[in-house]
Write a protein that binds this ligand. Sequence first.
Ligand SMILES: Nc1ncnc2c1ncn2[C@@H]1O[C@H](COP(=O)(O)OP(=O)(O)OP(=O)(O)O)[C@@H](O)[C@H]1O
Ligand SMILES: [Mg+2]
Length: 253
Amino acid sequence: MVIVKIGGVVATDPSLLAALLSDFAALARKDLVLVHGGGKEVTAVSETFGYQAEFRDGIRLTSPAEMDVVDMVLGGKINISLVRRARAAGLDAVGLGGQDGGLFVGQARVFDGRGESRTGQVTSANPRLLELLTSAGYFPIVHSTSMSPSGVGLNINADEAAQELAMASRAEALVYISDIAGVLQEGRVLPRLDQSSMEAQIASGVIGGGMVPKVRSARQAVAAGVGKVVIGGFKASGDLQRLLSGASGTTII
Ligand SMILES: Nc1ncnc2c1ncn2[C@@H]1O[C@H](COP(=O)(O)OP(=O)(O)OP(=O)(O)O)[C@@H](O)[C@H]1O
Ligand SMILES: [Mg+2]
């Protein structure tokens, strides 16, 4: 399986998305899965409801009230529109979230000084539904809401959701597509990043914000035997193939 997680503008920009979807179609493989976040869109809609976004270590804090917005934006607006665009691009797309078929489920993360939390962390992942769908020729598009075992909704960082699915399916490749060309150091993309320099650069602040959960998810996936993990950007058609071949982006080792 090849799991590609998209975030930032590529998840919502129509022309970038069209180029990415045509790259998926050109791969002509029956084992492709798309996972998406939508942080900026969730933040924008949350603000119209009067909620202020807060993050810890690049992870969004989600209150029970904000969870409704996350469901509406991630599982509603963004997922539905991605499925429509993928179908228009000739892919047999199906939209799903973590709760569907128990793809990934979790428990609430607790943050100091905060009330009840709907920010989740994955406790188990089961790729069976993805295998069933892809083997029948469908293209699953997965958003990162899920639930606790008792049925409480959880907002899971999409990088973590993609990582857990990649590990559970022993994926051939996991690709994180974001707004930047890779993991940057002094403005340059690092072609390779290993665990010790990763933690050193998080500690020194070179790696910050949403890049922190991304590199940590990537590293855990490598350690768990995922074939290849790449973090990079998408600017034009052909970039997906370039990321998969290691010609661009940062490969996590
Ligand atoms: N050293 C670094 N190299 C690259 N990006 C970095 C670095 N340090 C911090 N960042 C920030 O991390 C961001 C990527 O994480 P972010 O969570 O914003 O995007 P995403 O995960 O693609 O989107 P979403 O969270 O919506 O799914 C970059 O856009 C950049 O602002
Ligand atoms: Mg992110």
